[in-house]
Design a protein around this ligand. Structure first.
Ligand code: HEC
Length: 205
């Protein structure tokens, strides 16, 4: 009796499931493929050789105004003071002339980092600022504004002239001191710049 009840209960459970399975579509059908237009805003990675840099341009002089308005309240009036990450200084917070430099770095290694001193590629400045800054409104700057403010930061780091135009051609040619202090994930070229996975040379390796 009990066995028969259990059997019936089991059959009642199995039959509907079997029926559902037969009718179910071959795949779960969760989500739907994104269109090229939907993907475009996320397809913004700029490579070290400048591949994928967008059209547009800007100079340090233009960038200074943007920096004052949109960046200085977090990064400091000259990009040094903070409170957010230091952006200017060939060697971060510690000067080479400081006799206690080595001890200070050991005690506080994070403070040795500054974008100007550590980042290997100028193109990364564009990429990062475009995708992440200002911190409160990422992706709110136009490409021209990102070129201009990147140009200003490079100028403040002594890497480009006051009126040098930064665009898709000139930005990848700016050599950063950090290139000599870091190891690239991509094969290094003789110039210290690395080809991107999308460039012809990388493809032929
Ligand atoms: C509301 C504060 C705020 C504003 C405004 C802001 N930033 Fe930042 N920024 C930050 C913080 C916080 C970080 C560190 C983020 C992290 O490490 O995740 C940062 C990091 C950066 C870095 C990377 C530094 C490094 O060494 O890792 C760059 C470059 C940068 N900001 C540029 C800019 C520029 C250019 C602007 C203006 C267009 C700007 N920021 C505006 C807060 C801000």
């Amino acid at each position: 009796m009990r066995v028969a009840t259990l059997f019936l209960l089991g059959a009642a459970l199995v039959v509907p499931i079997g029926a559902t399975r037969a009718d179910a579509p071959p795949r779960q059908g969760w989500g739907e493929p994104l269109t090229a237009d939907e993907l475009r805003p996320f397809d913004i990675t700029v490579f070290p050789d400048g591949a994928k840099l967008p059209p547009g341009s800007g100079t340090p002089t233009q960038g200074e105004a943007i920096y004052r308005q949109r960046c200085a309240w977090c990064h400091g009036p000259t990009g040094v003071e903070g409170p957010a990450s230091r952006l200017v200084g060939a060697d971060g917070f510690f000067e080479w002339s400081d006799p206690l430099r080595a001890i200070r770095i050991v005690k506080n290694p994070v403070l040795a980092l500054s974008m100007g001193g550590q980042w290997p590629y100028a193109t990364s400045v564009f990429d990062y600022v475009r995708r992440a800054m200002p911190h409160t409104a990422p992706k709110s700057l136009s490409n021209d504004e990102v070129y201009a403010v990147s140009a200003y930061l490079l100028h403040r780091n002594g890497l480009v002239g006051r009126d040098e135009v930064m665009d898709a051609k000139s930005l990848p040619l700016v050599l950063m001191p950090g290139a000599a202090r870091t190891v690239s994930a991509w094969p290094l070229e003789g110039t210290g710049r690395a080809p991107s996975p999308t460039s012809e040379k990388a493809g032929s390796r």
